[in-house]
Every structure is written in structure tokens, then in C-alpha cells.
Design a binder for this molecule. Structure first.
Ligand code: GLA
Length: 749
């Protein structure tokens, strides 16, 4: 039983082998947070965790007060977990413990993405029911602890069982009072084409955090935070992480008070939110996942990767190997016709590509980004046989066919805008801000979602489509819905997000075999919410392999490799102008869902052969690359080297990648310790051969240093030796990859 309630101490203990989370019902009926972290014995109660019985606020017990879901206006002067406005304008409520329920398994969240179980023994759920009698407000706190991993999923439901309206002004998904502030916070920030930059800074007294008011979770900050002890590294130490499974405006922040208690709050951004709860109305806040690790940041990532890959991703594609695809965007941009696409597809098929994805520019009169969004019928000037005809020809080559759409948008120059100008988001009488020459459709309106579902269903049903790239290329300005009354305009953004989820769920249910890839100008909506619908996402429009090392590394703190679209593009790179070898680009893109973003007809014969070889190599190890256990490896910061690896769950085989960035002469030698291997096994280590074809002299040298039979203990505790000889910089120059192929060769004696 991983959830226990002790009637005497009134403590709930949620636990598994790796984690404990303890909640108390204080004497006045409010709910306290007592502990989370390393597992504590479930056979004892833990009264010492609540240093003083909490009955109310006074100066001398203020320091002891840590709450699960703190409220406003009653002596806890930190920011509350929620805020309401009652019919008389007051905001003070006192939700008190009423009851609880514990049951096996986990319920779905209505209209919202959530983690799930496949059988009831995988998890147990606690519902704590709180009531504020005068206002008739019921709050249900949901906690699901998973049996296999150190994580819990939390969400909150508000119910109005009275007659008067209650306005919800803020409704965090998770509030967590941690007992001390000795943590560093990692946030994942950036912008277009430089998503997932990791910022790592010690917590300090006052506020810190990230938020989005873009209408999507955004590239400026991901709805997730990591907290690590100052001494915690990738390999060792305590860390916890929080991820909000939500694709709209969010806040993820921490406040440290004068007692050094950290209050972490994660949820819908209250700056752009309010919700009216009418009589019998309810509101569900999105799910947030809290993960814990005592095995460093890699340990924390493993918790999230496993949960997200196996119990957040869903549908037939969850466990399937993802196809190697060619996307024509950087190869052609808007400038293509059927003949050109068929030539590209033919060449791609010859090289081993499995799916051809047609990107933007196939519909309406779209030859640039000025027109036609919303007109989801083929541009017959470019595609005389339509999408149906093109798909027919491409599938006849043995390829699958995929299509780009941007359903949430409308161009001013489009039939859709002519027919329904009122569907575009905007405030009447005010100028609509134009971004990328397009407007946003009001996805909170059911008729918009119905229209899109019907139009897109017809398109998809009429052609052999196996893959959809669903893009979203602008942020939302002038938020306002013509369909909402004045006092409900605060619901606009959340209703938008619910509309997106509704369309996603209708389309994925209607077309269960289609692989959906999410995109929002690259990674501007790369979050746990969208992952519940689209099991892979286009992480960034930056396809430069050197930049990708940082972006993919940043994303890897929470997101598993099989949800990361990673493409090889042409050089000079379109975003940075950088030149890197095909093998370097491949060695980076292998760590994700491999694809290509170029015109294959422009490859020289020798390059095409290399591509063929890379694809064959990837396909043989695709399950490892996409579903293996990923670990970030550490190289000394001044060595211009990046490294990571992936290994099978059973630790029988692995691939470690070491990337030299800018070459340095006379480089000091260093070692890179590996991870995800078994100390007691012997492994055969060899090098990925293509990088050595230039006849570099280090092949033999490296055999002496790293290759051959190596103990798991050596590889884990000593690591690979990297030095100038190894990289032979005068021959290999900048941006050189080395892949170490590691296979079990027996038990150590
Ligand atoms: C966005 C996407 C790109 C591409 C273009 C098409 O920028 O991130 O991959 O699909 O839109 O307009």
C-alpha cells in the first residue's frame, strides 16, 4: 500500500521504494506539507516532522507553517496557491479537511492531458477533500504516486456547490513548501532558435521563476524547473524537478521567506487568468508532476523520461520505432512543385528514408507567408494532382507520406478570413497586432474547433497520410473572444488551450495510426501537455548541429529522446552559416528521432552514400537511440567537448558520443566517465567506423586507450581517455564526433 493514513497523527504517507511524501492534517483542519524526499519507513509515524501542532497563525509558530495548498488572507503572507473572489467581493476562504479517498490507479483529467496507468497496480491515488462552508467551495487535491518511480502527479479540482458565483483568480496545480532554501534552480529559457538554454543559479531570498503570457508555453521558458543541491552533479546528489503538463500561459516560481522556507508554485499564469464557477460548476487545474532523485540530475531525468515515454505519450506510436523522415522545409521553403518533391522523395527513398513530410506552402495560394492559412485545400498550381495524387505517388515509392498544417491560424488574405473574420482573435475597434502576417483563430469557440476537425478530417481521409506536423507560428496578442461575455474574458487563454487539446484529441482518436509531431516555430510549445497528444515534437528551428548539442541537452532534463525530432540539414547551416561535416551532424541527430531537412537531390554522390550508411546505422540501433536510457556526460568545461550516451535498460549495449567543438592544439588530456552500464560486466568497445575513413592515425592509438575489452567498472569509474592524440586535431579540425559502440562481452571475472 503506497498511501497510508494514520488516524492518530493525521498524517498521509505516500511512498514507494525511492520516495516519500508526507502530508499532515493540522489541528485547525488546514493541510500541511511535512516531508518529501528519500523514503522514510512507512511502519512508523513521523510526529517530529511537525515541530508544533499547527492550530493557527501567531508570530511564534509562523516558522513552522508549511502548507500543501495555502490560502489567502489568513496570516500566511506568502503567495497563496489559489485565490477566489466571492459574490460579496471578499477573497478570504478557509478550506478545511473534510474527507479523503484512496484508490488504486489514476483518473483522467477532463479535457486536459495527464499521465495514466495501464493497470491499477501501477499507482495509487489520494484525494484530499477540503470544504469552505460559508462559500460552498469544495477543493479536491489529487496525488498519484507511481509504484515504479520517485514521482507523484498532482492536480486540483474546484467545485462550487452553492448558489452564488465564485470567481477563481488563481489556481496553482502545485504548491510545495520545501523546508530549506539550499537549492540551485535550473530553468530552461531562450527564444526562437535557441530554446532550452539552461540557467542554473542558487535560490535567494525573494522571488524567482519563469512564466509565459504568450498564449503557448513558449520558447522563452519551459514550464518546468529543476532544484538541485549546490553539490549535486549529473551523477550524484539530491535533486527534484517539477513539470507542468500544460501548453498555455504558465508560471513556475519560487519564493523564499525570512524563515528560509521555499514556496514553489506551478500552474496557469494568474496574470492572464480568471474563471467563473457558477452553481455546480467545477474547474480542473492542469496536472503537475514532481520527481525526485538521489542519483543526481541524470537520475532525475530518468524518472521523467520513463514516466513521459511510457505513461504520458499514448497511442500506437508510443512504443513504435519512429520513422526516418525527410522534411522539405529547408530544402525548398515555399519554392516547390510536384516534380521537384517527387525527385526529392525518390532520392530520399534510395538513401533509406522512410517518410516524406511536405511542409508549409502546399495549400491555398501560399507562395510565401502572407496568405492562405486556413485554406486547407491544395494549391493546384504547385500540385496539379492535389495532396491525394502526390501522396499516391510518394507511397508508390515505398515511402510514407506526411503533411504540415497550422490549424490554429488564419491569414488575412484567405477564404477562411473572408468568411469568418470574427473567428480571428482580436479586440473590436483595436488594431490586431500582426506577427508573421497571420492571425490566431479563437480556439476557445467550439464552432471553430468543429470546423477545423471536419476540414482536416476530410483532407486526411482523402489522402494516404501517415504523419502530421502541427505547427503554431505566432504568439497571441489582443486576447479577447467575441464568444465570451465581459465577465468571462479572463477565461480566454485557458479556453484557447482547451480548444487546442480538444482538436488534438478528436483528430488523434479519429486517426489513431497517424504519427503527430508538434511544432511551434520550433520548440515554443514543447511541453508535457502537448506530449500527451503528439508523441514527438520539432524541438527547434535551429538545425545547426553545434547549437543542437546545447538545445537537445537542455530538453533532455525532462523530455525523453523519442519525443525529440532531430534533423540533419545542409551546410552552410541556414541559421548560423556554420560548416560541419555530415558525420558530425548525423552523430548529433542520432540522439532523437532522426530526420533530414535538406534537398537530397543536391547531395554529391559521396555524401548520399554517407547518408545511406548513417541511416542504415541508425535503423539498426533505433530502439536504443529512441527508447534507451539517456545520460548527459561531463567533460571539463574548458575542453570544448560535449558528451552524452544512451544505453539499453538491461545495460547490455550502449553508444557514447563525444563531440569535439573548436579544436585546441596541445589539448590537456581528460577522462569522460560513462553511465548506464553494469560495473560487473565486461564490454567490447569499438569506434563508429565512418569517422575514421580519412585514414587518421589515431585508430590504433585509440585501440590502446579506449577500445577492446573494458570492464564496466573501468568505464564508469575511470572513463574514456580523451586527448589530443585521440582527437588528432591537426587532421580532424573543428567539430569532430566520435561514437563509441559498447556491447556486453560477458561477466567480469
Ligand atoms: C515554423 C516551423 C518550421 C517550418 C515553418 C513553415 O517555423 O518551425 O519547421 O515548418 O514554420 O512555415
Amino acid at each position: 500500500m503506497p498511501i497510508k493514513f494514520d488516524e492518530n497523527t493525521r498524517q498521509f504517507h505516500l511512498y514507494n521504494n525511492d520516495f516519500s511524501y508526507i502530508i499532515a492534517v493540522y489541528d485547525n483542519g488546514s493541510i500541511g506539507q511535512l516531508y518529501f524526499g528519500e523514503p522514510l519507513s512507512p511502519d512508523r509515524d513521523h510526529p517530529f516532522l511537525a515541530p508544533l501542532p499547527f492550530a493557527g497563525f501567531s508570530n511564534n509558530i509562523r516558522s513552522a507553517a508549511r502548507f500543501e495548498y495555502p490560502c489567502y488572507g489568513q496570516g500566511d503572507f506568502r503567495l497563496p496557491a489559489f485565490k477566489v473572489k466571492l459574490a460579496d467581493g471578499a477573497g478570504v476562504v478557509e478550506p478545511r479537511f473534510e474527507d479523503y479517498r484512496v484508490y488504486a490507479g489514476k483518473k483522467a483529467l477532463p479535457g486536459l492531458p495527464s499521465t495514466y496507468t495501464e493497470s491499477d497496480d501501477e499507482a495509487e491515488t489520494l484525494e484530499i477533500i477540503l470544504i469552505d462552508k460559508p462559500s460552498h467551495l469544495k477543493i479536491i487535491l489529487f496525488y498519484t504516486i507511481f509504484a515504479a518511480d520517485a514521482c507523484i502527479a498532482r492536480s486540483v479540482r474546484f467545485e462550487n456547490f452553492g448558489k452564488e458565483k465564485i470567481i477563481l483568480e488563481s489556481a496553482m496545480s502545485l504548491s510545495l513548501d520545501a523546508p530549506d532554501s539550499a537549492w540551485n534552480t535550473l530553468a530552461f529559457t531562450g527564444s526562437w532558435a535557441r530554446e532550452f538554454a539552461v540557467s542554473d543559479a542558487p535560490l535567494h531570498v525573494g522571488f524567482q521563476g519563469v512564466h509565459s503570457s504568450l498564449g503557448v508555453s513558449g520558447s522563452t521558458a519551459n514550464p518546468s524547473l529543476v532544484f538541485r543541491r549546490p553539490e549535486t552533479t549529473e551523477r550524484y546528489g539530491e535533486a527534484f524537478g517539477i513539470s507542468l503538463l500544460y501548453s498555455g500561459n504558465f508560471i513556475a516560481c519560487a519564493e523564499i521567506d525570512c524563515w528560509d522556507i521555499v514556496r514553489i508554485r506551478v500552474g496557469i499564469n494568474p496574470e492572464t487568468f480568471s474563471w467563473s464557477l457558477e452553481n455546480s460548476g467545477s474547474f480542473d487545474a492542469p496536472e503537475a508532476v514532481l520527481g525526485w532523485s538521489r542519483n543526481g540530475l541524470n537520475g532525475l531525468s530518468r524518472v521523467f523520461h520513463r514516466l513521459f515515454r511510457t505513461r504520458l505519450e499514448r497511442g500506437v506510436w508510443r512504443d513504435r520505432e519512429r520513422p526516418v523522415l525527410l522534411n522539405n522545409w529547408e530544402g525548398t521553403y515555399f519554392n516547390f512543385n510536384e516534380e521537384k518533391l517527387l525527385a526529392m522523395a525518390k532520392k530520399a527513398a534510395d538513401m533509406g528514408v522512410e517518410l516524406f513530410a511536405l511542409d508549409d506552402g502546399w495549400f491555398g495560394k501560399r507562395d510565401d507567408d502572407a496568405t492562405s492559412l486556413g485554406d486547407w485545400f491544395p494549391n493546384t498550381d504547385k500540385l496539379p494532382n492535389g495532396i491525394t495524387g502526390l501522396a499516391e505517388k510518394i507511397t508508390a515509392m515505398g515511402l510514407k507520406f506526411g503533411l504540415w498544417i497550422e490549424p490554429e491560424m488564419v491569414s488575412e488574405k484567405s477564404r477562411l478570413f473572408e468568411a469568418h473574420p470574427d473567428w480571428a482573435v482580436g479586440v473590436p475597434g483595436r488594431t490586431r497586432t500582426e506577427i508573421r502576417r497571420q492571425f490566431v483563430l479563437d480556439m476557445g469557440r467550439s464552432e471553430v474547433v468543429d470546423y477545423l476537425f471536419e476540414t482536416l478530417s476530410a483532407l486526411i481521409s482523402n489522402a494516404k497520410i501517415s504523419y502530421i506536423k502541427w505547427d503554431m507560428n505566432r504568439f497571441i496578442t489582443e486576447p479577447f473572444s467575441l464568444a465570451l461575455p465581459p465577465d468571462r474574458q479572463g477565461e480566454f487563454f485557458h479556453r484557447y488551450c482547451l480548444g487546442v487539446y480538444s482538436l488534438y484529441s478528436r483528430l488523434t482518436e479519429a486517426f489513431p495510426d497517424i504519427l503527430f509531431e508538434s511544432c511551434a516555430s520550433g520548440g515554443a510549445r514543447f511541453d508535457g501537455g502537448i506530449l500527451a497528444f503528439a508523441p514527438q515534437g520539432w524541438l527547434s528551428d535551429d538545425t545547426d548541429a553545434v547549437q543542437r548539442l546545447e538545445i537537445q541537452r537542455g530538453a533532455s532534463y525532462f523530455y525523453p529522446l523519442n519525443c525529440i525530432g532531430a534533423h540533419i540539414s545542409a551546410v552552410p547551416n541556414h541559421q548560423t552559416g556554420r560548416l560541419t561535416s555530415l558525420l558530425f551532424r548525423a552523430a548529433v541527430a542520432f540522439f532523437g528521432d532522426l530526420g533530414f531537412e535538406l534537398d537530397p537531390t543536391k547531395l554529391a554522390e559521396e555524401e548520399a552514400e554517407t547518408v545511406k550508411e548513417c541511416i542504415a546505422f541508425y535503423k539498426e540501433r533505433r530502439r536504443l537511440f529512441q527508447q534507451g536510457v539517456f545520460n548527459r556526460l561531463d567533460a571539463p568545461p574548458d575542453c570544448n567537448t560535449a558528451a552524452w550516451m544512451v544505453s539499453t535498460e538491461d545495460k547490455k549495449s550502449a553508444i557514447a558520443a563525444v563531440y569535439k567543438l573548436n579544436a585546441k592544439p596541445n589539448q590537456k588530456p581528460f577522462r569522460i566517465k560513462l553511465a548506464g552500464l553494469d560495473r560487473s560486466k565486461v564490454y567490447r568497445v569499438s569506434l563508429w567506423e565512418p569517422t575514421h575513413r580519412a585514414g587518421a592515425p589515431f585508430d590504433a592509438t585509440d585501440k590502446r586507450l579506449n577500445c577492446g575489452l573494458r570492464g564496466g567498472d573501468e568505464l564508469l569509474s575511470c572513463g574514456l581517455l580523451i586527448d589530443n592524440t585521440f582527437f588528432a586535431v591537426s587532421i580532424t579540425g573543428d567539430f569532430y564526433p566520435e561514437l563509441f559502440l559498447i556491447e556486453e562481452a560477458g561477466e567480469a571475472c
